[in-house]
Design a protein around this ligand. Structure first.
Ligand SMILES: Cc1ncc(COP(=O)(O)O)c(C=O)c1O
Length: 383
């Protein structure tokens, strides 16, 4: 028995349907970077492709290569800069590439080998990371349009504050993006598509939908922040569960783990879970985290170690083999990833991305309606 990340493909399907309906007529470019936010890029993308999605976004070129090597037939857009050592291979594979400066265009032309290069220009509108700066735009667009092998496949930008309560800066970004698009259109330099919206903008800024939207976190069942509207109710796609591997009744005064930061105030039952910060369960949840066992909240007792976490079950029932839900939603209840994120002063994105490779991802076509035998059943199905 070991801890697992259950990946609820049925919920992923519900989420993508709800998001598609909300975004229509804009199409989706689901964001599957960083191992699909920790959910497993290959199985998640394959599942979404099976549901009709045919264009995905990634951060790094190696992430796109992995999906292509896994025989997933779709279009892929890479947000990050691709250097000459990988460009020829990327162009040969037909990957949509981002350009933010003239140097990118020069490299792409040099690596094209007579092939067409699908170029998405990332415009700087306020995110301040990598977009094309306004001063560089005239020379950049002249080169783009004058280089026959470069196809202007898209113009895009990214929001800095769409997930905040105050949308004024996000609206300024839309105005700036639209102005760039309009001036290009008047100069007959129109891209094949415009795309800007992330999850937060999809929820709250309908004017940002343009031709395509790039949802990430909402696809996986989380709101980008507590400040966005709840225009759809996404379902959590990952449930992190750990089996109880040992149960011990201990007396008052019994102390637990490094630093002895937990001391039992009375006789209690402790359950041992084979999960720790080596699996991505953040050590700062020591003494403040909670798990669900048989539908009851059980606090983390003492310091989370690399491989093991102890929880205080009090006088509640518990047996070896019980499922402890660390976050997500199973038949016994739910602990939102956003709750852990709030305790840690971070965002749900980081909670799922942090789950390490040591945790086996188990893909469920249908989320089971039962809790207790789940871990054993899943173990059996892995044999
Ligand atoms: C360029 C770009 N577009 C879209 C997204 C998806 O954002 P979200 O997960 O907030 O929907 C990201 C994520 O960081 C991104 O970097």
């Amino acid at each position: 028995m070991r801890a697992k990340a259950l990946i609820h493909l049925d919920r992923l399907a519900c989420n993508v349907n709800a998001i598609s309906q909300m975004a229509a007529p804009a199409r989706l470019i689901p964001v599957v970077k960083s191992n699909a936010y920790g959910h497993g890029a290959v199985p998640v993308t394959r599942h979404l492709a099976g549901l009709g999605q045919d264009f995905f976004a990634l951060a790094r070129i190696e992430e796109a290569f992995e999906l292509i090597e896994s025989n997933i037939k779709a279009n892929f857009l890479v947000f990050g800069r691709v250097f000459p050592d990988k460009l020829a291979e990327a162009i040969k594979a037909g990957i949509h590439l981002t350009a933010c400066c003239e140097q990118d265009l020069k490299w792409m032309e040099a690596a094209s080998g007579g092939r067409q290069v699908k170029v998405h220009v990332k415009a700087e509108t306020g995110m301040g990371r990598t977009g094309l700066l306004p001063d560089d735009a005239p020379a950049f667009f002249s080169r783009l349009m004058e280089t026959p092998c470069l196809f202007f496949a898209g113009l895009y930008s990214h929001f800095a504050t769409a997930d905040e309560a105050d949308k004024s800066f996000a609206k300024e970004q839309i105005v700036s993006f639209r102005a760039t698009a309009q001036s290009l259109s008047s100069a007959k330099k129109q891209p094949a598509m415009l795309h800007m919206a992330n999850s937060a903008a999809l929820l709250d800024l309908p004017e940002a939908r343009f031709d395509a939207a790039r949802p990430g976190v909402i696809l996986y069942g989380h709101y980008p922040s507590e400040f966005t509207s709840k225009a759809i109710i996404p379902k959590p796609v990952m449930s992190l569960v750990a089996p109880v591997v040992q149960v011990r009744k201990v007396p008052a005064g019994f102390t637990v783990s490094y630093g002895r930061r937990f001391s039992a105030s009375q006789e209690t039952t402790l359950a041992v879970l084979p999960i720790g910060y080596g699996d991505g369960l953040h050590r700062n949840l020591s003494c403040i985290g909670e798990v669900l066992i048989r539908g009851r909240r059980c606090p983390v007792a003492g310091v989370i170690t690399m491989d093991t976490t102890i929880v205080d079950v009090g006088n509640g029932p518990v047996e070896v083999g019980d499922e402890a839900l660390v976050f997500g939603q199973t038949a016994q209840g739910q602990i939102p990833a956003a709750e852990l994120a709030a305790k840690l002063g971070t965002i749900p994105y980081e909670i799922t991305c942090a789950i390490t490779q040591r945790i086996c991802r188990v893909y469920l076509e249908k989320s089971p309606k039962f809790a207790l035998p789940l871990l054993l059943a899943v173990d059996n199905s892995l044999k």
